[in-house]
Design a protein around this ligand. Structure first.
Ligand code: AMP
Ligand code: GLY
Length: 419
């Protein structure tokens, strides 16, 4: 389910699995249709998804984005006699609260002693206390809408008045509707971020290749946040000792905590981490793969994804050894001019045949007549392998130059801090 670069990378991977007879993508994009069959069904249309699953005798449903998981697609399938035999590769609605509610995830981390920024939560009733808390907090202050806000629900305010303004907009003016009825205010952590992905069966887990994404639109990590402008894997600063800390302090207690609280969770846990003075802290949990991290994680995962999902379903991930490719991978995201603000759609894309040696994961593209045209802010992820990140990115950049459409933009400095 889904239509981005993440889903295109997953479709590419599934198409290589001998265990995968046929598969469908709802709704997919111009790239996913090279690997499977696109269905014109929105991933938020559970009845439409149900109909498609029955019609096509689906065995496994893999939700790409968070929305259907947070809205309870797992529970919807389990509670329907016609669907309950289908494996849903993702957590229950309750488990998806790790992403769906910042207040839930902060409380969960507190209960299980998982390192994260100190925080307090507030609502309209406690607005004045919230303001007092902000005044007591040394800026920058981090203000987060509790619920999903399409990636826009976090404000890092550099001074107290801006923090109060952002807090007021969320809680009093309902900037994100119900999603900002509760607001988490937390301590700013100064460090370097990365993404770690674990697949859990509720008892055991395996760790997939780690990644780093580049969220800001401008070079040198400047300008507004986007869905992600590029990604790399592996992450140079995530050495063995650091990953050991991540495993012991974060992954283990998360999986154990879910189990101890009887929260049904069979799927991906995405740990958004920040390294501060050598130690990992959780910035956020997500209940799905990241985008554009998936575009480098999946190419570096050597195991059969379908086999992993089946082992997950059987509760036998302890029998699996995950193989990370020794190659590095680097992805560069081509976007539409104006993104992450308003941008045009429908621009004809050319140059695909000229590219060589990269994987092209379509994001916002669609087939129109005999053309492929842009259909989103993020348009195409270009992923390459290399002996190191620099070499991988060099190849991606060579091919990025060969794709053409009006208003093409991409960051030229992905991986810049690891030169
Ligand atoms: P989130 O939606 O929680 O991932 O937050 C979006 C971005 O805001 C993160 O990727 C970080 O760059 C930043 N951020 C969130 N929380 C903090 C924090 N406590 N300290 C520093 N930066 C943060
Ligand atoms: N790249 C960050 C995310 O998928 O949320």
């Amino acid at each position: 389910m889904g239509s981005g670069g993440r889903e295109c990378a997953l479709a590419w991977k599934l198409s290589h699995s001998p265990l995968c007879g046929s598969f469908y993508i709802a709704p997919g994009n111009a790239g996913t249709s090279e690997y499977g069959i696109n269905l014109p069904v929105s991933y938020n249309d559970f009845e439409g998804i149900k109909k498609a699953c029955i019609e096509h005798k689906i065995d496994i449903l893999f939700p790409g984005p968070e929305d259907p998981l947070v809205n309870g697609i797992w529970d919807f399938f389990k509670n329907d006699p016609a669907l309950k035999h289908i494996i849903v590769a993702g957590p229950s609605k309750e488990g998806a609260q790790l992403e769906g509610s910042k207040a839930f995830s902060k409380k969960f981390m507190a209960r299980h002693n998982i390192p994260t920024a100190g925080y307090k939560e507030f609502t309209i009733e406690s607005f004045e206390q919230g303001v007092a808390y902000i005044k007591r907090t040394e800026p920058p202050v981090v203000i987060k809408a509790d619920g999903l806000a399409a990636g826009k629900g976090v404000v890092i305010a550099q001074n107290t008045p801006d923090a109060i303004k952002a807090f007021r907009a969320m809680v009093m003016d309902k900037q994100f509707g119900e999603s900002s009825a509760t607001v988490v205010i937390e301590q700013f952590l100064d460090g370097i971020e990365m993404s770690v992905f674990a697949l859990t069966d509720g008892e055991n887990y395996v760790i997939l290749p780690e990644a780093k994404d580049y969220k800001r639109v401008g070079e040198g990590d400047t300008g507004p946040n986007t869905g992600g402008m590029g990604s790399i894997s592996p992450v140079p600063f995530a050495d063995k000792a650091f990953m050991q800390k991540v495993t012991e302090r974060i992954i283990e207690p998360t999986v154990k905590g879910l189990k101890a609280e009887n929260i049904i969770y069979q799927g991906i846990i995405f740990f958004g981490l920040i390294k501060v003075n050598g130690d990992p802290y959780v910035i956020e949990y997500n209940c799905r793969f990241g985008d554009p991290e998936t575009e480098v994680v999946i190419p570096r995962l050597e195991n059969d994804l379908v086999e992993l999902i089946l082992k997950m379903h059987e509760g036998k991930l302890n029998e699996v050894t995950v193989q990370h490719s020794p190659k590095a991978a680097g992805a560069v995201m081509l976007v539409s001019e104006g993104y992450p603000g308003d941008y045009p759609k429908g621009r004809v894309m050319t140059g695909f045949e000229a590219t060589k040696g990269s994987l092209l994961f379509h994001a916002g593209t669609i087939g129109k007549d005999n053309d492929i045209v842009t259909n989103g802010g993020r348009v195409l992820a270009i992923t390459s392998y290399g002996d190191n990140i620099k070499q991988a990115l060099r190849k991606s950049y060579e091919n990025a130059a060969l794709i053409n459409y009006d208003g093409k933009y991409y960051r030229k400095d992905i991986g810049f801090e690891f030169e």
